[in-house]
Design a protein around this ligand. Structure first.
Ligand code: SAM
Length: 279
């Protein structure tokens, strides 16, 4: 299963409305790293896994000069349709593309000054070809800032659902959508070693335990629906039952905490990498 390719257009809309956590974490990372990064007068940026395009447009586009260029790619045609319909600028293009596909390196070799990716790379099992592609498409001296999940309660939820006889037929390949670092004892070393082995100089790489609080159960449910790729695999007539079941499992297993204020909080860990391609 190719994870993100399963997103429907309605999910692109839901994701757009319910991705406060991703928005906050991308913003924090950019505030910290954009002053450290190198910028030039014809700067070219790639945003991998741009989703509905709002972070590309709101956070990254303002970083490039008037004759800079920026490309947002995503494996999901639904996401790219959404981004194209909403965000227009002469410097900006969106394209359907799988960053782990070797053709990316051929098409965009030595093309970009910087490559960003927010909340995408945990979807991809083939980390080596992904990192190799990022390396190939950067110009010498080019930089990359990548943030993605190591662990998340949603992965535990998928494990629980996939273990139940009712849902297992639709979630056979659930491991494909779980971060490759979820089961790692030392994700930082794994990623650093991988990046160095493809040629990167890693300036910073860390994995931070993080939490996020949403204002209500409803917002939590929408935020989970927005990224659940199995929704398009469950038969229509079973969707209501699936919906009830995952919510029940989530609360029974204490995957998140309901606060007295009716807000809901949950914990996850986030990997941040800041690296460059040596000259
Ligand atoms: C959670 S969204 C993040 C969107 C946006 N960057 C943000 O932070 O709001 C993850 C996106 O990665 C995309 N994606 C998953 N696998 C991908 C791949 N192999 N190549 C490109 N995009 C991919 C998904 O389709 C999805 O739109």
């Amino acid at each position: 299963m190719t994870s993100g390719a399963l997103f429907r257009l309605s999910q692109a809309q839901t994701y757009y409305s319910y991705h406060g956590m991703q928005d906050r974490d991308a913003d924090i990372a950019l505030q910290k790293y954009k002053p450290k990064m190198k910028w030039n007068s014809k700067h070219k940026i790639l945003d991998i896994g741009c989703g509905p395009g709002d972070l590309t447009y709101n956070y990254l586009l303002p970083l490039i000069p008037s004759n800079g260029e920026m490309l947002g790619i995503d494996i999901s045609p639904a996401m790219i349709n959404y981004a194209n319909s909403k965000y227009k600028d002469s410097r900006l293009n969106f394209e359907v593309m799988d960053i782990s596909n070797p053709k990316v390196a051929e098409k965009y070799k030595l093309n970009f000054d910087s490559v960003f990716s927010f909340y995408c790379l945990h979807w991809i099992q083939d980390q080596r070809s992904t990192m190799r592609n990022i390396y190939s498409i950067l110009k010498p001296g080019g930089e990359t800032l990548l943030i993605f999940l190591a662990t998340s309660p949603i992965y535990r939820l998928y494990e629980l659902l996939a273990a139940s006889p009712k849902w297992s037929p639709y979630m056979k390949n659930y491991r494909d959508v779980i971060s490759p670092y979820h089961y790692s004892a030392d994700p930082v070393s794994d990623i650093k070693n991988l990046m160095q082995s493809v040629g990167f100089h890693v300036k910073e790489c860390f994995c931070t335990p993080t939490s996020y609080t949403v204002p209500s159960k409803q917002v939590l449910y929408k935020s989970i629906e927005a990224v659940n790729p199995f929704l398009s695999l469950i038969p229509e007539h079973m969707l209501k039952e699936y919906d009830q079941d995952w919510k029940e499992k989530m609360w029974k297993s204490n995957l998140c905490t309901l606060l007295e204020t009716n807000e809901v909080t949950f914990k996850y860990s986030l990997i941040t990498i800041y690296a460059y391609k040596p000259h």
